[in-house]
Design a protein around this ligand. Structure first.
Ligand SMILES: NC(=O)c1ccc[n+]([C@@H]2O[C@H](COP(=O)([O-])OP(=O)(O)OC[C@H]3O[C@@H](n4cnc5c(N)ncnc54)[C@H](O)[C@@H]3O)[C@@H](O)[C@H]2O)c1
Length: 249
C-alpha cells in the first residue's frame, strides 16, 4: 500500500538513495538543509528545513497534518565531517571541542527529539499503523577503533557517538509509550558504507568486519524496507544493526 513518508535528512549520501527507492512506491517528503542536487518527481517533494529550529520543525509538521505521515525516518546528522566543514572557529580541530559537542547534540539528538515530538503532536493517529525509524550508527554503543583514523583526514567524534547513543534511549522510551497505539519506533544502526574512502582506510576498516567488506546503500535500505513493512509489526524499541558483524566480535 502506498504510504506517506517523511524523510528528514534525505539529501545526503544515503538519504538520496532512500528517497529515490522509496518514491518508486510511496509518496516521499524530504526535508533537509542541503537540497541542491535533489531530484523532484510526482512522488518526491522537497522542503528546506533546518532541524536546529523548533519553530520551523513545528510548522513543517503542522502544514502536513491534513493527511498524516504514515512513516517518519530521521536520517539527518551532523557527522564529524560536516561539523568540521561548518564550524569556523579554531576549535574545529580540537577533539574535545565544546562547540562541536553542543552543535552535534543540537542537531543529532535535540533535532530528532523535536521531529518525533511534532510528528506525535500533529500526525500520530491511534487507528493508523505508523512507523518511526531513527538512524543510529555502530559508533553509538561501540567506540570507533581510533587507530584506523590516525592517518586519515577524517575521524568520528566523541559528540557523534554520544548523540547517537542518546537516540537509542529516546527511541526505546517512545517505543514503549506508543506501543499499544500502533506506532512502532526503532533505531537502525549501519556500519560504514562504501563511499570512495581511501584504499588504506578501507583495508583497515574491513579487518574490523567479519564480512570483510564495507556496507552498500542497498543493504541498509533493505532494513528500512523491512521496518516499514507489515512484517516488522512486533518489533519495537530495537537497535537494529546492519553491520556485517562489526558488533558481533
Ligand atoms: N554513511 C555511513 O557510513 C553511515 C554509517 C553509519 C550511520 N550513518 C548515518 O546515516 C545517516 C546518513 O548518513 P550519510 O552518510 O548519508 O550522511 P550525510 O552527511 O551525507 O547526510 C546527512 C544529511 O543530514 C542533513 N542535515 C545535517 N544537518 C541538518 C540540519 N541541521 N537540518 C536538516 N538536515 C540536516 C545533511 O544536509 C545531509 O543531507 C546519518 O544519520 C548517519 O549518522 C551513516
Amino acid at each position: 500500500m502506498k504510504k506517506k513518508i517523511c524523510l528528514i535528512g534525505g539529501s545526503g549520501i544515503l538519504g538520496k538513495y532512500y528517497a529515490e527507492q522509496l518514491s518508486k512506491k510511496h509518496e516521499v517528503h524530504v526535508a533537509d538543509i542541503g537540497l541542491k542536487n535533489q531530484k523532484k518527481t510526482d512522488n518526491l517533494s522537497t522542503y528546506y528545513l533546518n532541524i536546529d529550529n523548533e519553530k520551523k520543525i513545528k510548522s513543517f509538521f503542522y502544514k502536513h497534518k491534513t493527511k498524516p505521515f504514515d512513516i517518519l525516518i530521521n536520517n539527518s546528522a551532523l557527522t564529524t565531517e560536516l561539523a568540521m566543514k561548518t564550524i569556523k572557529s579554531k576549535e574545529k580541530n580540537d577533539i574535545f571541542s565544546t562547540e562541536i559537542f553542543d552543535e552535534t547534540l543540537k542537531i543529532n539528538l535535540r533535532g530528532i527529539f523535536l521531529c518525533c515530538k511534532y510528528f506525535i503532536k500533529y500526525h500520530h493517529k491511534k487507528n493508523l499503523d505508523q512507523r518511526v525509524i531513527n538512524i543510529g550508527t555502530i559508533y553509538a554503543l561501540h567506540s570507533p577503533h581510533h587507530k584506523i583514523y590516525e592517518k586519515e583526514k577524517f575521524f568520528s567524534s566523541i559528540s557523534y557517538s554520544a548523540s547517537k547513543a542518546g537516540i537509542i534511549g529516546l527511541t526505546k522510551w517512545l517505543a514503549s509509550k506508543y506501543a499499544k497505539e500502533k506506532t512502532n519506533f526503532n533505531v537502525l544502526s549501519p556500519a560504514g558504507v562504501f563511499n570512495n574512502q581511501s584504499k588504506t582506510f578501507i583495508k583497515k576498516y574491513k579487518k574490523l568486519i567479519p564480512k570483510n567488506k564495507m556496507a552498500n546503500e542497498s543493504q541498509i535500505y533493505s532494513a528500512i524496507q523491512f521496518l516499514i513493512s507489515k512484517n516488522s509489526d512486533y518489533i519495537i524499541g530495537q537497535n537494529i544493526y546492519v553491520d556485517g558483524g562489526f558488533t558481533s566480535w
